[in-house]
Design a protein around this ligand. Sequence first.
Ligand code: EPU
Length: 427
Amino acid sequence: MDSLKIIGGQPLSGEIPISGAKNSALKLMAACLLTAEPVTLTNMPNLADTRFLSQLLQTLGVEVYWPKGDSECRLNAEKLTSTIAPYEQVRKMRASFNVLGPMLARYGHATVSLPGGCAIGARPVDLHLQAFEAMGADLLVEQGYVKAAAIHGLKGAQIVFPFVSVGATEHAMLAATLAKGETVLENAAREPEIADLADCLISMGAKIEGAGSSTITIQGVDELHGTNHKVMSDRIEAGTYAMAVAAAGGHVTLTNAPVGALSAINHALRNAGVKVEADKDAGTIEIETTGQPLAPVNVDTAPHPGFPTDLQAQFMALMSVARGTSVIRENIFENRFMHAPELSRLGANIAVRGSEAIVTGVEKLKGAPVMATDLRASVSLVIAGLAAQGETTVSRIYHLDRGFERLEEKLSAVGANIRRTSEEDEG
Ligand code: EPU
């Protein structure tokens, strides 16, 4: 199993190109199931998760042309050979569950394994299922699978989500594009990835209004056609590198950055005393530290446009070296502080009380062996390792490979001392 070895204390300087967004790419890939014509996605991130989904799509009969390392992926779902997504594949990655809605909408039936819980929380899919029921689907949950049928097709519906869910909003929107009549999604998630998915669907002939706001209206159409769509850039990757620079010190320009999607993050970084210059037209964000200690900043995770839960771990690593105490509240997932004890191994002073972490900054972190527990937790350990004195080894980095493209290459290019090693897992 691979590990990352980091010698901390090097300031970072230069440019880091931001890749396509994992959480957008995964839903855009599922959208190919809605049409018999080819869908070409550019700016595709080469990640374990996007490759997993490509394998699942191939199991269903989708022709995928995506050479290794290429940022263009062509998907052709002209003829599906199966509408069953098996447990062995869905359990590897939760977002695989999103193939249900498109297959149900286009073929009138689909059987998809329930994804199961994951390290950061139980993550049920009840809201997804309620949306399909409201659209007239018959659902049977049996032996860990959801068997869904809508023999006469899905019908438009008024769906009011009891709380905001990114996945349920996207999944319902995908299915509603081919439902008969109008679907209105109320209390919809407003994440930028939802607007990206809507843009792609609209270019396929879907009729969608309001994506990016909390009410989305979809007029169903009889069929969708193929398209060419550029995956938006990854705001979580951009925020992660911004925090890495803030923690290690230096001056880095993020290029191909989704500038408009990063307001909450830029705001938190500025409050911590980091210089942040965003240029929307150029798609760049310049991050520069001042040499002064960072100020503590409290953050509460919240649905967009609030502070994203996917950057909470990274921000905690940053606050570990601020001067003073900050409070970080996790409001989206019930078990997303697993990085706290690992950060403590590097000398961070963090007390977790329920959904709150109280972080008292220390002057210096010290390198140590640590273990990654989930995707964003892993990268928070990399950030801490870059800021720490001495050597940090982050093991179990397969989590990291799920969501960060060429991480060590991008960080080495701006002066970080980081390398990947292969070794037996001792944990
Ligand atoms: N929830 C339910 N029932 C549902 C759906 C969600 O109870 O039917 C709960 C979840 O358990 C969670 C909350 O609602 O407590 C919000 O979950 P949401 O549905 O918004 O999250 P998701 O769609 O499963 C996506 C991202 C996550 C990101 C969240 C929140 C993808 C593939 N995943 O998950 O990304 O944290 O939105 O922004 O888009 C990551 O990339 O590391 C990651 C975990």
